[in-house]
Design a protein around this ligand. Sequence first.
Ligand code: HMG
Length: 388
Amino acid sequence: MVISTGISAMSFFTPHRYISLDTLAQHHGIDPAKFSRGIGQEKIAMPGHDEDVVTLAAEAAKPIIDQFGADGIDTILFATETGIDQSKSAGIYVQRLLGLPSNLRNVELKQACYSATAALQMACAHVARKPDRKVLVIASDIARYDLDSSGEATQGASAVAMLVTANPTLLEIGTVSGLFTEDIMDFWRPNHRRTPLVDGKYSALRYLGALVESWRDYQANGGLPYDGFAQFCYHLPFSRMGEKAHLRLAKEAKAEADMQAALPGMIYNRQVGNSYTASMYLAILSTLENSESDLAGKSLGLFSYGSGATGEFFDAKVVEGYQDHLFAPRHRKILEDRTALSYDEYVALWHARNGEDGTDTPMPDEAKGRYRLASIDDNKRIYVDRTA
Ligand code: HMG
């Protein structure tokens, strides 16, 4: 008997400050329409010096623990490509900040923007084998490109937390996947660099190539037909990439592309920017929380892409009563309560302190959330819970 597995709750967090792409366009003397229409983005979320993938992740996961409890969670899978340590999983800090018990396994996964999907699939396999267990999957990333580079407009930051269980109450993850991996250099970040190296146009081409190959493999494995999906969610480095993906997929499926089947998924991402591993999961939340129709019983087509490169096309069925397992009012408030940065304030934040020489580095108190990186002391990151 195949046990239904998937996601029973989902929550996101993004920092309280952003730079508007109009401000960036003005500084560079670029037509703002290049960003608003050409790449389809409005804002770039900017973390404070005392925020990183750990604090974003803890903020995202906290409402899930508060509402649904920690009972049964035996694993934390932390997906990121903005790792803060080459050895220790960022999830271990989150486990402590959330007050979770010690009898958990905890590991960090990496493959560019793709690894949260690997984490989700592994989590589903685990709870299929042990249906009384749960897995906390967290995708958390800060997308940074060099100042004045063509990638600069596609920065962003957010974390998405998911509670993965048997008999899920939000999304049933399908058992069919279409997979594709190729060894290419479209986007990569050697250990000595804070920002990635990227061949932007090539990366967009390979993204579309991986989409087609993943779709073909999905179809070969008995996946749903194109018209079996109510909505599609794509990895969104910028929302225009999702529009191009949707058109390319429809062409491959010899179907008419209905952009309304992809646009609800782009609403949050336009406001947040690329958040690498979290990006497609933010698109799922955006779809579930912004679609005008009730999606219960409907299927979502999901395309996850990580440069380097791995693609996966898979599906999720929306469960009846799904609205009760989201945090839509909280998410809207997080987005509404943000403040805009001037160009100079943005540049100051961009130069994040990282205590590279190991000397003590206290962080300015900037985060508005519950958790913050208070300092880096003797090469140790000191995270605090303001309420403790
Ligand atoms: P660019 O080269 O500066 O932009 O940066 P462009 O000149 O190609 O213009 C972009 C679009 O705006 C074009 O439309 C222009 O015509 C249009 P398109 O030809 O694409 O249809 N445009 C305008 N539209 C309206 N009014 C105007 C105007 N001017 C121009 N006045 C690029 C674009 C994507 C290269 C850059 O942003 C970049 O390098 N980004 C980073 C890489 C990236 O996001 N790649 C996406 C695929 S790879 C991926 O998704 C993985 C990733 O998330 C990493 C990971 O996996 O870890 C990146």
